[in-house]
Design a protein around this ligand. Structure first.
Ligand SMILES: Nc1ncnc2c1ncn2[C@@H]1O[C@H](COP(=O)(O)OP(=O)(O)OP(=O)(O)O)[C@@H](O)[C@H]1O
Length: 708
């Protein structure tokens, strides 16, 4: 227990040492020295503070039973470094300068060393012993970065905005970040993880009034961005106004017209869309329409239907193969075990037998790998197929379509959002047939739109829906339970003798019981029982991040069991040995949203971390690239789309009721390859079964394709 003691409103200190940094990358405990030379311990949201920084903090003194007297910080303002220790710390952090170079520079230039080096970094750093013609360029670059970072931090601090975002601001807005933000403080809320409220606080501090047209426009634009992250391609005007009003506490009506006049949004009847997203959706529809209206490119003699051998297609499966050859665009759908993959393999064989070329792709690396294993043909991610080049975008597009693809087969098509689908369809050449394969009952994609669903709903695209579950697959209780769930029925409790028991429902009622059971199953019992590696082969999937059975708490507990002694990676909350998931597309390193790996090593001197990805690659990540990694012993069902694991454990908890839908439970279950265990309340599962993906997405694709 902590006991409040004498309050002290403000304290000027210099940081001697970072004593502890919490896993959340926010909280830190620092050893510091006051202006009077008293040693103090300061704690609070200070993860962005370094040894050597001078700062003014506000907060209260508290007595901690074990750690003694501590200053709990509520607000912090970092000063330009002025003491020798602070200056040395700043200098030593510059690449190739180090402690010896720092001492040299301080000795030579004294208290004004920062200004002196700033005046001509190249000349001053070149004088440092050990910095020769090769090291000088990275040293100067590192100096400039550190200097810009200090400037951004001071700027944010001075305007009462938490400076923790400084490095992100710098990366997103570049060296002129302070100038950019002074002109348009709302650029701040374009950054991931920075809300409108933070940008608004900066704007108000810079003198922007509550009814300022810039503020209203920024509120509307932000509301549209948020809608996009909810999956919408547009919003009804009334809903947009309501969302913007919640952010602004002011009426944004005029701002929508203003944005429309400036070409930033498109208003069509009652709908308002971001102009760029609007164009992407429209172009996608045009490309789809063009494929539907075009003649087939490969309508040679009818292929011979296999009548014997390893695979004899059913009528529906054969129809799918014929449709793939008869038209430029077709869709193959169905749930687990209905033979989508078998059909796809047969299609590839038919294509090859005709001496045509097939190219296979999927939205995620893992799905592409599964596709390659199942068909024996090469398969790649869509990004790789389109030749993504960092900084330059996709190589293939309308001018330079995907080569060597008489037939292009796209698996896991339920994951296609309008952006990726737009890029893909934009790169389909004149002689290419496209086949989309997927299960529309899976969760909608993370990005905006719901392409597969919309194309099916348009009723314009030739479609084969496979429904017959094959005997082989029907032996799996996972497959049986998945079909039951998809039809809104609970998983079967009576298990026929010839069925493999690869799915269990462990009934538990209380949050703490569910939690303990999930952790014990994932960390000990399933790996022991099935001979699996608990760090790599068992995936806990949960609907929500917070709360007693949330992803965060589960990750903490699982990591404490599975990776208790991993070396911490400073400033990240991660440890060597952690299982992690990438939360954004990092095209430069081909590390895509949803990809999973284990942190294999960390080199402190080079500030470089090695990630061993699930698909067998070893990727070197600089410090800045770690921000988008999150612990992944447990992760969200949404993140797990398009991937799978030998064993999957899913808490089913009524506290997650806002997220519980049939599609979510179905998607979680179908991620399991060998074993799935649901742990929790039957009534929570029943609740989920009654709810078909509750949130409708505002999209126009079906309508646009229909209208032509
Ligand atoms: N025409 C067929 N005749 C006999 N067995 C078949 C036929 N088609 C598929 N199967 C068998 O049914 C099982 C499921 O097929 P497949 O793996 O292709 O389904 P899927 O729809 O891709 O399922 P999932 O989405 O779970 O991967 C396999 O064992 C496959 O060999």
């Amino acid at each position: 227990m902590t006991v409040p003691a004498d309050p002290a409103p403000a304290l000027a200190v210099e940081v001697a040492r970072v004593r502890y940094q919490a896993d959340d990358g926010d909280f830190a405990v620092l050893d510091a020295v006051t202006d009077d030379g008293e040693a103090v311990v300061v704690c609070g949201p200070l993860a962005h503070i370094h040894a050597g920084d001078a700062m003014e903090v506000r907060g209260t003194w508290r007595e901690h039973p074990r750690h003694g007297r501590q200053f709990h910080v509520s607000a912090v303002r970092v000063a330009e470094p002025s003491t020798d220790a602070a200056l040395l710390a700043v200098l030593a952090a510059v690449k190739h300068v180090g402690p010896a170079g720092a001492a040299y520079l301080l000795d030579r230039h004294g208290a004004s060393v920062l200004d002196v080096v700033d005046a001509d970094p190249h000349a001053r750093l070149r004088e440092v012993p050990g910095i020769g013609p090769i090291r000088i360029a990275p040293a100067v670059e590192s100096w400039r970065e550190a200097r810009s970072l200090r400037a951004v931090r001071l700027f944010l601090d001075a305007h009462g905005v938490p400076a923790a975002a400084a490095s992100r601001v710098l990366r997103a807005l570049g060296a002129d970040a302070v100038d950019v933000l002074t002109v348009d403080p709302y650029r701040l809320c374009e950054l991931d993880g920075v809300g409108f409220a933070t940008a608004d606080a900066l704007a108000l501090a810079l003198g922007v009034g509550p009814d300022d047209p810039r503020r209203l426009a920024a509120g509307v634009a932000h509301a549209l961005r948020e809608a996009e992250s909810d999956g919408h391609c547009h919003l009804p005007a009334a809903e947009l106004r309501a969302r913007a009003r919640r952010l602004l506490d002011a009426d944004p009506a005029g701002a929508i017209e203003q944005l429309a006049a400036a070409g930033a949004v498109v208003v069509e009847g009652d709908r308002v869309a971001d102009a760029r997203l609007h164009r992407i959706e429209q172009r996608l529809a045009q490309r789809v329409r063009a494929l539907l209206d075009a003649d087939p490119a490969h309508d040679g003699p009818a292929p011979e239907r296999p009548g014997g051998g390893a695979f004899v297609p059913t009528d529906a499966q054969w129809a799918a193969i014929q449709r793939a050859l008869a038209g430029r665009l077709s869709i193959l759908t169905g749930g687990p075990g209905v033979g989508k993959t078998a059909t796809l393999r047969a299609l590839v064989d038919v294509v090859h037998a005709r001496r045509l070329s097939a190219r296979l792709c999927a939205p995620t690396g893992k799905a592409a790998r599964r596709m390659a294993e199942a068909t024996g043909a090469e398969a790649s991610t869509i990004h790789r197929l389109l030749g993504w080049q960092p900084g330059a975008g996709f190589v293939h597009g309308p001018e330079d379509p995907i080569p060597g693809a008489d037939v292009l087969i796209v698996d896991e098509a339920s994951m296609l959002d309008v952006r990726l689908a737009g890029a893909l369809f934009g790169a389909v050449g004149d002689a290419t047939h496209v086949v989309l394969v997927g299960d529309p009952d899976q969760l909608a994609p993370v990005g905006p739109g719901r392409v597969l669903d919309d194309l099916i709903a348009s009723e314009e695209v030739p479609l084969t829906r496979l429904t017959e579950v094959f005997r082989q697959a029907a032996r799996s209780l996972i497959v049986r339970a998945a079909h039951a769930i998809n039809e809104g029925r609970p998983p079967p409790r009576e298990i026929p003798g010839d069925v493999d028991r690869d799915f269990y429902f462990v009934a538990r009622d209380r949050a703490d019981e569910i939690f303990a059971e999930v952790v014990s199953l994932a960390a000990d019992r399933l790996p022991g029982h099935l001979g699996l590696d608990p760090r790599a082969d068992v995936q806990v999937l949960a609907p929500m991040h917070r709360g007693p059975v949330g992803i965060e708490a589960l990750n903490d507990a699982l990591r404490a069991r599975l990776n208790p002694d991993g070396e911490p990676i400073p400033g990240t909350g991660l440890r060597v040995g952690d299982r992690v998931v990438q939360t954004r597309n990092d095209h430069e390193r081909q590390l895509m949203n949803g990809e999973i790996g284990v942190i294999a090593a960390h080199d402190r001197d080079a500030a470089e971390t090695l990630l061993a990805t699930d698909d067998g690659r070893m990727i070197a990540l600089p410090a800045g690239a770690l921000e988008t990694l999150r612990p992944a012993h447990a992760m969200s069902v949404h993140k797990a789309q398009g991937s799978s694991a030998p064993a999957v454990v899913v808490p089913i908890f009524s506290g997650h009721h806002v997220m519980l839908t049939r599609n979510l439970v179905y998607t979680a279950l179908t991620r399991a390859e060998r074993m799935a265990v649901f742990v929790g309340e039957r009534r929570a599962l029943e609740l989920a079964l009654r709810r078909v993906d509750a949130r409708r997405r505002h999209t126009r694709l079906a309508e646009l394709v229909r209208e032509g």
